[in-house]
Design a protein around this ligand. Structure first.
Ligand code: HEM
Ligand code: HEM
Length: 344
């Protein structure tokens, strides 16, 4: 904790060159995306396991609070990706180090240049949605919906502390051999962070382009086709055009799309899930261990990152292996209708 306070105060006091600030921004953007990922993978799994809850989660995403968060998320992903690319290139080419300053500025300028048109496109979807006069969840309900995530994180923290205490009792001190194994492992993680970062760039940019620019988070639950058909057109569900206008049918249509017999979006989401979860939680471990004061806290924080990653991989992976059927879509349809009624 003391070292965290020192980092914050020293970062503010130290008038470092842009390199200092790009390190801070890289860290904050990475942490922000990890936090979003926790909510996102858990609630995406509800499309399969609790369809009515998924409808509600997407309604929460469409509230003003999450809309602001969505812009911040896209900015964080773009900055982190460009800056990550800078780190990867400079690590591989030490002869370029004299251009560090210029490269950090190029990342910042490149981020702004890309974000201007992207934000304008996103704003178009936002305004269309808010001008359509459709019901929006009140802030209180949106915040109440997040309580279960806070409880879940608290449970994971307690489990990590218990595990750390137990292992501390059993293990005692660290031996030279384990330290050597540790440094080999760290070399693997160093390479993994760079390799995974490179593959994540096209995957996450493609995912965001589909979810934000081409159609927008608001169309996940409501499409023009659905509007023309009448939102609740009976008997026409699951035919590939999100006829029910529900978030669950949106996911079902994508996950059930087959190209040459392969469920391409499931494969895509699987690759995205594995890479971003492992990269993100290992990054979280770097940040945590930088600030951990003693061995007990350090171990607990490392276990917390392992628990987080395992939970997301299991929950997200299990959802991707399940079918999203007609019953789920109909349950979502009823939940969506009830939600709209309650907001009238
Ligand atoms: C607010 C922005 C985002 C929206 C609206 C969104 C939307 C969605 C939707 C609808 C799905 C369901 C499956 C599908 O249709 O492909 C999904 C799955 C997924 N998304 Fe996103 N996404 C967003 C941002 C992100 C970001 C930034 C990441 C990575 C850091 C990410 C990672 C994933 C993963 C890993 C899955 C698969 C989850 C699973 O296994 O159950 N998403 N996303
Ligand atoms: C879009 C492509 C991405 C690239 C090119 C990239 C690249 C990198 C690189 C090169 C590092 C430094 C690793 C090291 O210090 O050894 C890093 C750290 C990190 N990344 Fe990413 N990353 C990407 C996506 C993501 C995503 C989607 C998340 C969240 C789920 C994330 C979270 C983190 C975190 C938390 C750190 C640790 C930051 C720190 O130590 O200060 N990254 N990333």
């Amino acid at each position: 904790m003391t070292s965290l306070v020192t980092t914050v105060t020293e970062t503010l006091r130290y008038r470092g060159a842009i390199g200092q600030w790009s390190w801070v921004l890289h860290r904050i953007s990475g942490l922000g995306v990890v936090l979003f990922l926790v909510l996102h993978v858990i609630d995406t799994s509800w499309a399969v396991f609790y369809p009515a809850e998924y409808v509600r989660a997407i309604a929460e995403y469409q509230s003003p609070l999450f809309t602001i968060g969505e812009f911040a998320l896209v900015a964080a992903v773009v900055y982190h990706a460009f800056n990550g690319l800078r780190i990867i290139i400079f690590d591989a080419r030490p002869n370029l180090w004299k251009y560090q300053g210029q490269a950090a500025w190029a990342v910042l300028i490149g981020t702004v240049v890309l974000l201007v048109p992207v934000f304008l496109l996103m704003l178009g979807h936002v305004l269309k949605f808010y001008n359509s006069g459709r019901a929006i969840l009140p802030l209180g309900e949106v915040l109440a919906g997040q309580v279960r995530f806070i409880v879940g994180i608290a449970v994971a923290v307690i489990a990590a502390m218990l595990l750390s205490g137990l292992i501390g009792l059993v293990q005692g001190g660290t031996t030279g051999a384990t330290r050597q194994r540790g440094s080999k492992l760290e070399r693997f993680w160093w390479a993994f962070m760079r390799g995974s970062g490179l593959i994540i760039i096209p995957l996450v940019f493609g995912h965001l382009a589909i979810m934000h620019i081409i159609q927008g988070v608001f169309d996940i639950q409501f499409t023009e086709a659905a509007a023309e058909a009448g939102i609740f057109a009976a008997g026409a569900v699951g035919q590939g055009a999100n006829v029910t206008g529900t978030a669950v049918e949106f996911v079902a249509d994508r996950w059930n799309t087959l190209v040459a017999g392969v469920a391409v979006w499931r494969v895509y989401d699987f690759a995205l899930l594995i890479l971003v979860v492992i990269h993100g939680f290992n990054g979280l471990r770097y940040v945590f261990t930088d600030y951990a004061g003693n061995a007990f806290v350090k171990r607990a924080l490392v276990y917390l990152t392992i628990i987080g990653a395992v939970v997301l991989l299991v929950v997200g992976g299990a959802a991707l292996l399940q079918s999203v059927d007609q019953t789920a879509i109909e349950e979502a349809q009823r939940a969506y209708e009830a939600l709209l009624q309650s907001l009238r």
